[in-house]
Design a protein. Structure first.
Length: 431
């Protein structure tokens, strides 16, 4: 097989992976696995010139995978541990795929962004259509459609987030936030055409009503970061105009969320639920309520109980296969009858694989920040930094890169931003 044909196959498979990411978890995983196989064929037939030591940041997710795999040596539930480690194979597959194909991917990166936004827009349109259906019609429509997610009826469907047909609602919210950041990138480059504007509206509206508060908060903070970055480093305005623009920006970020909360029922009820839960937690006896679905209060329980477990096993962790069982025992000891969770990405690395898991996770994030910050200025630098800011906020409230769709989403863009054509190669930077 000629290398040009092989590259074309890899390109099409990667396009398929980006397109299917917001629509089908299974198809996306199949595309990722297929492109990795073709990448290995390419690597064997035509060895690449890249040196591993010059691309440590790009390959750093593998270090996290190794840390989690090492914890198998002292996990009691080895079967579950092996399954959980295997499900994180994209920590290896995606960095190696981008490492080998970085020239190809760098030259076609806007194609991959466009494919992702197209798939995200389709998913957003279908989500909005289903949202407009009355609950009875929605249940009737979903009957027998096993390829869509199961819908749980609720007397107050807005208070706990709207229905997401293709994947977990929170994971879809995180993908919507990525789409919003990419649309800002196109806007800054002056490339946001009419179809892009329509896509950005669909993505934005879906993000507002989906009920993924972590994604919403993270997107607001990352967007504010973009504005601050532009204001400080890129703006060529006079001092007076800077003052006016800066004041308007701050007021906008204060007023817009208030307007959404005041006039958009999906936002009003979702955040009203948060405030009601916190009022119960702070000022009443929460044991007198059924807090099974109190998503805000449960995060507080998750953090405190995970920290308690970390204090008991702070050096090695409990092993990736024993996290759920050990957390469950801590929950029971504190009279909490709910499903255990960590709801914090770095704490989950720590409790799973100890200090090695924590440090490899911090190294992955820190090396990304260092590498991007040291690059030449440009819109991609601004967006790449805002992307990691976006996920750092999410990491505080959830574990988005613990399961397949979140792993594939995060590391696909993590790697693509590192090899973008507006950035210098690591080897050139080191010389």
């Amino acid at each position: 097989m000629k290398i040009t044909r092989l590259n074309q196959t890899i390109h099409l498979l990667w396009l398929g992976a980006m397109l299917s990411l917001p629509i089908s978890v299974g198809l996306n995983s199949l595309c990722v696995a297929s492109v990795f196989v073709m990448t290995i064929v390419k690597w064997v037939s035509t060895p690449v010139d890249h040196k591993v030591r010059d691309h440590i940041t790009l390959l750093s997710p593998i270090l996290v995978f190794v840390a989690l795999a090492i914890s198998l040596f002292y996990t009691a539930d080895l079967s579950l541990g092996l399954d959980m480690v295997f499900r994180k194979n994209a920590y290896i597959l995606l960095p190696i795929t981008v490492f080998v194909n970085q020239e190809l991917f760098r030259s076609r990166i806007t194609d991959y962004f466009a494919a992702y936004l197209f798939g995200l827009t389709i998913a957003g349109v279908l989500t909005l259509i289903l949202f407009c259906l009355p609950q009875e019609q929605l249940v009737a429509f979903l009957d027998g459609k096993d390829w869509l997610r199961e819908y749980a009826e609720s007397p107050n469907r807005l208070a706990f987030g709207i229905y997401s047909p293709f994947m977990d609602r929170l994971q879809f919210g995180y993908l919507l936030g990525i789409g919003g950041i990419l649309h800002i990138w196109y806007l800054l480059r002056g490339q946001l055409r009419l179809i892009g504007l329509l896509s950005s509206i669909i993505v934005g509206v879906t993000l507002v009503i989906i009920g993924a508060r972590g994604a919403q908060l993270a997107f607001v903070i990352s967007t504010f970061f973009i504005c601050c970055y532009w204001f400080v480093w890129e703006s060529r305005l006079s001092k007076l105009r800077k003052m006016l623009v800066g004041t308007g920006t701050v007021l906008g970020f204060l007023v817009l969320p208030w307007l959404l909360f005041r006039y958009v029922p999906a936002v009003t009820q979702r955040y009203g639920q948060l405030m009601w839960e916190m009022d119960i937690y702070l000022y009443r006896d929460i044991t007198q309520y059924d807090y099974t679905h109190f998503t805000s209060v449960r995060r507080i329980f998750s953090w405190t109980n995970t920290w308690e477990l970390i204090q008991q096993h702070w050096i090695l962790g409990v092993g990736i296969g024993d996290v759920v069982a050990e957390l469950e025992q801590v929950y029971l000891s504190n009279n909490l009858m709910i499903q255990p969770n960590s709801h914090n990405q770095l704490m989950l690395y720590w409790v799973s694989a100890g200090l090695l898991g924590l440090f490899t996770g911090l190294f992955m994030i820190g090396s990304y920040l260092r590498l991007i910050w040291q690059r030449q200025t440009g819109t991609i630098r601004m967006i790449a930094l805002s992307y990691i800011v976006y996920y750092l906020v999410i990491f505080l409230f959830d574990v988005p890169i613990w399961y397949s769709v979140g792993i594939n989403g995060f590391f696909s863009f993590f790697c693509l931003f590192l090899i973008s054509d507006e950035l210098l190669s690591e080897s050139n930077q080191s010389r």
